[in-house]
Ligand binder design. Structure first.
Ligand SMILES: Nc1ncnc2c1ncn2[C@@H]1O[C@H](COP(=O)(O)OP(=O)(O)OP(=O)(O)O)[C@@H](O)[C@H]1O
Length: 317
């Protein structure tokens, strides 16, 4: 596990591209929501005064996520608070996340129950509470995942990506720490701070955003690896690396214990062979190969991968 922690000390994040700094109006209306296991009522008009903070769940880029209880309904939520006086880039990220969450309604994407701005300028997003944290924290706590449990993870994340991609949303930062999980092993895609809504099918999406380690070859070198690069296939590459990491217990591009620098990693991704599983069933190896095609045009889409035999392992007894 120390090896995994070593990698996490890297801050392989690249800056966001310039986007509109237009502030959304608050409170933001949300699309109709489905009922969640922990929060039975939808509270689009909730304010900070309605919520009791129970504990800190984690810290992200410029903000803190709390476990909170609604004082009137007793429903439990996660509340992400981003500081109003913080970095403008972080504020842009949270507005982007809000914009995406307003558009999504899928059991495979973390559900948003409301957003509000506090008088001090802090921005808060009220989300469904995922009581087992991220897949990254599960890996650190319980150790490597079995093939069968990964087939279940793959199926759910693919359903989430299929939903997002069919709504022209590219996530751009799929990795274990952005996939939330609950005690029923339901896995949901979260953290849309660097995601992009594609306006046209062939919109370019070659900006360097997200976490470098999980970036696909065409995001570094679109000329060689990505004809008409539009970003959807990049999410699939990141999913392939994520599943390998959960299976192997360390980041697949690097031998355990090696601390990469940005240039080494970029060379490995662009000039090396894609990583392959050192062990595992034929179905699992084939699935990973379909995700980790260096040429983005040869990579399978989310809807194609949902038909791959590896995914159906999760249904078998
Ligand atoms: N809906 C949720 N339910 C339970 N825990 C959550 C939820 N959302 C976030 N967390 C916890 O809070 C932590 C911080 O989340 P956040 O989205 O702010 O940042 P991050 O994804 O870790 O980092 P960054 O935003 O810098 O990429 C997560 O790692 C997770 O442990």
């Amino acid at each position: 596990m120390a090896l995994v922690r070593d990698r996490r000390q890297l801050n392989l994040k690249l800056p966001l591209p310039e986007i509109s700094d237009r502030r959304p109006r608050f409170p933001l209306p949300l699309p109709p929501t489905t009922t969640s296991a922990t929060a039975t009522s939808t509270t689009t008009t909730t304010t900070a005064a309605d919520l009791e903070k129970l504990q800190v769940l984690g810290h992200g880029n410029g903000g803190t996520v709390y476990k909170v209880r609604h004082k009137h309904t007793s429903a439990i939520y996660a509340l992400k608070v981003v500081h109003g006086d913080g970095d403008p880039t972080v504020r842009r990220q949270v507005f982007r996340e809000i914009e995406i969450l307003r558009r999504t309604d899928s059991p495979f994407v973390v559900q948003c129950h409301g957003m509000f701005e506090k008088p001090c300028g802090d921005i808060a997003i009220l989300m469904e509470y995922m009581d087992s944290g991220t897949l990254d924290s599960v890996l650190k706590g319980r150790g490597k995942f079995s093939e069968r449990s990964l087939a279940g993870v793959a199926k759910q994340v693919l359903n989430g990506l299929n939903y997002l991609h069919s709504h022209k949303i590219v996530h751009r930062d799929i990795k274990p720490s952005n996939l939330l999980v609950n005690n029923k092993m339901e896995v949901k895609i979260a953290d849309f701070g660097v995601s992009k809504i594609m306006c046209r099918t062939l919109d370019p999406c070659n900006s360097y955003v997200g976490t470098c380690a999980y970036m696909s070859p065409e995001r570094f070198d679109p000329d060689t690896y990505g004809a008409n690069y539009n970003g959807y296939a990049a999410d699939i590459w990141s999913l392939g690396l994520t599943l390998m990491e959960l299976y192997m217990g360390h980041f697949p591009f690097l031998p355990p214990g090696q601390r990469p620098d940005w240039a080494t990693l970029m060379c490995a991704i662009c000039f090396g062979e894609p990583p392959s599983l050192p062990e595992g069933s034929e179905k699992f190896r084939s699935f990973i190969e379909c995700c980790l095609q260096k040429d983005s045009g040869k990579r399978w889409s989310a809807s194609q991968l949902l038909t791959h035999p590896f995914v159906s392992i999760s249904n078998s007894n």
